[in-house]
Design a protein around this ligand. Sequence first.
Ligand code: HEC
Length: 306
Amino acid sequence: MKDNINLEIYEKKKVLSGFFGLFYIIVLIILITAGWWYLDQLPFFTREQFNPLMADTTKPVADLQVLKSSTTPPVDILKESVSTPDKIAKGKTLFETTCSSCHGAEGKGDGVAGKTLNPPPRNFTELSNWKNGPAFSKIYKTLQEGLPPSAMASFSNIPPEDRIALILYVRTFRTDYPPIDQNELKDLDKTYSLSSGVKQTAQIPVTMAVEKIITENTPVSEKIKSIVDKIQNNKTDKGALILKDISYDLNKSITALINYPKWNENESRFVKFVETSPVQKGFNPDAFNLSSEQWSLLYQYLKTII
Ligand code: HEC
């Protein structure tokens, strides 16, 4: 009797737990279906739509500046690094014109142009967490080389004396900038050969350099084609009309001229060039019959398009 009851309870438990197992499976199926349905409902989105969130803030903001090559006269760093009211005044003026847009007029890193920068411009009234460091020679290094990839560009175009004046001024934003050490000045002198004069090599922005490479390598044939197209479409310029008249193959004529750049030094050189074996250069033999006025018109026209 007792055993029977136990058996019954056991059976019931088994059925119940079976139900529970099934219950979990059903819940799982519902969840998966719901998830599937939800994903299906989502509008199609692309990585770009998330750009504001995922923007790469470490990307360089500033490209190289255009710098002409120059040689800076020797600088006596031991003497120049001694602060004087004149140098501070000069540094202040330079700071206000070149740095305060980002670093703020009071050096607090809160200039208008620096508002959106990441990393933000350095706050010169705080001395912790600098990348290169607040020591005189470290700030010099920052100004010389910039802090890529941040917006802090190189200011190597500013003459060393002016940069030193800037550093001396930056140091006035606090009274406890690290003292200037004679050894660090000597190292600085060695690193940047200040006492022997600095040679600044010319520099252009990377984007400009890339454009230059592309245009310089555009195949000559494309250049010729575009010139020939221009000539053919020109129905008004007298020079263009004469050219079409005397050239039986514009491609050949323009190629010949491009391959002999000296033609454009003066008119007689040009005339001589065309008149020597004209047929090989795509010109009709009757090119000889042009009047001197026609030659001039032709020469002037060609100079404008090649
Ligand atoms: C276009 C904005 C901009 C201008 C203009 C600018 N800076 Fe900066 N500067 C920055 C940013 C941004 C940083 C922070 C870079 C970092 O932490 O990586 C910085 C950092 C610095 C630092 C700290 C270097 C370190 O060790 O952390 C110094 C020093 C500095 N700038 C000096 C100057 C001086 C002097 C001028 C003017 C000649 C100047 N900056 C002009 C944006 C600018």
